[in-house]
Design a protein around this ligand. Structure first.
Ligand code: MTE
Ligand code: MO
Length: 522
């Protein structure tokens, strides 16, 4: 790792294609081997480890190397070419235009450090309360890079939006199960010269990497990542919002009465529940999960982490409590970019904080809680509110302390490297009896036996420790045969969980033929 960052500095990863990507539509994309893969082999969704994220931020003045930046792909990475890709801008404009990448690059450009995060950052904590529709992210679906490109306001001025235009609709080039990835931005927001909305072609001083949207993507500082369309193909100025499935059925915080796909149905199009600006959030990156420290009364531990906010709003306080919120210690923190805020007021980057806590205080406590405050005196809630898509999870970040053999051991709520954590433990304890009762009544197979059934007409997979015979189902799978063939004979738990709602989750049970012996994969 050290050698790779030193040689490659802030750039993307140019090494060999990872074994795990062979046989998938992304078998041509180079990816850093230490990224944590969250949805099996395909599509590619990953976050850096807390160690890589934190060490890179202190080494590179708040930035994350492109090779370690989290990635959220809904499907295959489209293979696009700089020389032939064109950006179309049309709809309600006086002069529709089509720009080659060379023409785009000739317009005035700017470079802005911006923190991106997925609205699903920290979703695993929600999933450990109750499974949401989304796959599990740990606390590192957040990264900071310098993005270069042309201001969208400049491009729109070239085209001249017509009277009555309300939305700027973006569309990507990726071919997804539910059509193209598209979403919308309010035109007044897009035209403002302090919002810094970019059509970006550069990341950390290079052209974009395939995973981050090569050759161009949308960048909306202070917004959730889901609004920043990658592999951008089309910009349409319109009086109507994008009709993309992904605009309506993703990146929303639905209220607590929505508990499944049936109750969600009437809520997707209600405008109140869309999310654009991200919310205030923070997490502890050091000490890490499972790290242990001798109980030495003269020493202290230097806690570190991030805090971020939406809309460019400043973070004004980061604080930690060792007594469940009765009293708070203030952390030192600084803005994640040495350049300071844009336009004097727009804090598009995260804040990085540190605080030394004496080990003797930790030894007499069972848990540390973290929260940040912003300039409107808004802060993070002490408890999570579960929502159906598991979005915008931002309660106090809690690390538990355990004493073992004269040492203090740290336990994070969820740890994506080991699959452990105190929320995982709680979840497994609650669900164990139910799962075990079902499994003990089923026939048992070894993983080697399952592996033999790896063809289209003889296709078994393992999901959460159970074996499913999909030989008939594969022909009618709504997501196509290929998606199943990639995992035939293998453990498909992550691949399945990542992209299926509760409908498929329940209906798959009619294909269950047994359990895998030995391993309980919750
Ligand atoms: N075309 C397209 N754009 C997309 C996506 C996608 O799957 N396709 N994912 C979105 C989501 S949900 C996020 S969080 C960000 C992630 O950007 P990154 O992969 O560069 O970190 O891209 C957004 N833009
Ligand atoms: Mo996202």
């Amino acid at each position: 790792m050290e050698a790779e960052i030193a040689g490659n500095q802030l750039g993307q990863f140019y090494g060999p294609v990872d074994k795990r990507d062979k046989g998938t539509p992304d078998s041509w994309v180079s990816r850093h081997p230490e990224l944590i893969r969250l949805t099996g082999r395909h599509p590619f969704n990953c976050e850096p480890t807390p160690k890589l994220l934190e060490e890179a931020a202190s080494r590179f003045q708040g930035l994350t190397p492109s090779s370690l930046h989290y990635v959220r792909n809904h499907g295959p990475v489209p293979k696009l070419s700089w020389d032939t890709h064109k950006l179309e801008i049309g709809g309600m404009v006086k002069n529709p235009i089509e720009l080659s990448m060379a023409e785009l690059q000739k317009l005035p450009t700017c470079s802005i450090p911006v923190t991106l995060n997925c609205a699903g950052n920290r979703r695993k904590e929600q999933n450990m309360i109750k499974k949401s529709k989304g796959f599990s992210w740990g606390p590192c679906a957040v990264s900071t890079a310098v993005w270069s490109g042309v201001l969208l306001s400049d491009l729109l001025k070239l085209c001249g939006p017509l009277e009555g235009a309300q939305w700027v609709n973006f569309e990507g080039s990726d071919e997804l199960p539910q059509g193209k990835y598209g979403t919308s931005l309010d035109i007044n927001y897009a035209m403002s010269n302090v919002n810094d909305v970019l059509i970006a072609f550069g990341m950390n001083g290079e052209l974009l990497s395939p995973d981050h949207g090569f050759p161009i993507r949308v960048l909306i500082p202070g917004f959730i990542g889901g609004r920043m369309v990658k592999w951008l193909k089309k910009i349409e100025v319109s009086s109507k919002e994008s009709d993309s499935y992904y605009h309506y059925r993703d990146n929303r915080v639905l209220p607590p009465p929505v508990v499944d796909s049936v109750t969600a149905e009437e809520w997707w199009t209600k405008p109140e529940y869309i999310i654009n600006d991200r919310n205030i959030n923070s997490a502890i990156l050091y000490p890490r999960h499972d790290q242990s420290f001798p109980i030495d009364p003269d020493k202290s531990i230097n806690f570190k982490g991030y805090a971020y906010n939406g809309s460019g709003q400043k973070i004004i306080r980061v604080e930690l409590s060792l007594d469940g919120g009765n009293s708070w210690k203030m952390a030192n923190f600084k803005y994640g970019s040495p350049k300071g805020p844009r336009h004097g007021t727009k804090y598009w980057c995260w804040f990085l904080w540190t605080i030394k806590i004496p080990i003797k205080e930790i030894a007499s406590s069972s848990e540390v809680c973290l929260r940040a405050w912003d300039c409107c005196q808004n802060t993070q809630p002490s408890q999570p509110t579960w929502n159906y898509l598991g979005m915008m999870n931002n309660p106090w970040y809690r690390v538990k302390f355990h004493q073992r053999d004269g040492e203090i051991v740290m336990e994070h709520p969820t740890d994506m490297l080991t699959g452990k954590g105190w929320m995982v433990r709680d979840y497994q304890e609650r669900n164990k009896p139910k799962e075990e009762a079902v499994k003990s009544s089923l026939k048992s197979f070894t993983a080697a036996e399952v592996a033999k059934h790896n063809k289209e007409d003889d296709c078994w997979v393992i999901i959460s420790g159970k074996v499913y015979d999909l030989s008939k189902f594969i022909k009618v799978h709504p997501g196509g045969k290929k998606a199943i063939l990639i995992v035939a004979g293998q453990d498909a738990t992550e691949d399945f969980e990542a992209i299926h709602g509760d409908g498929p989750k329940a209906s798959k049970e009619k294909y269950c033929i047994g359990v895998v012996s030995g391993k309980a994969n919750l």
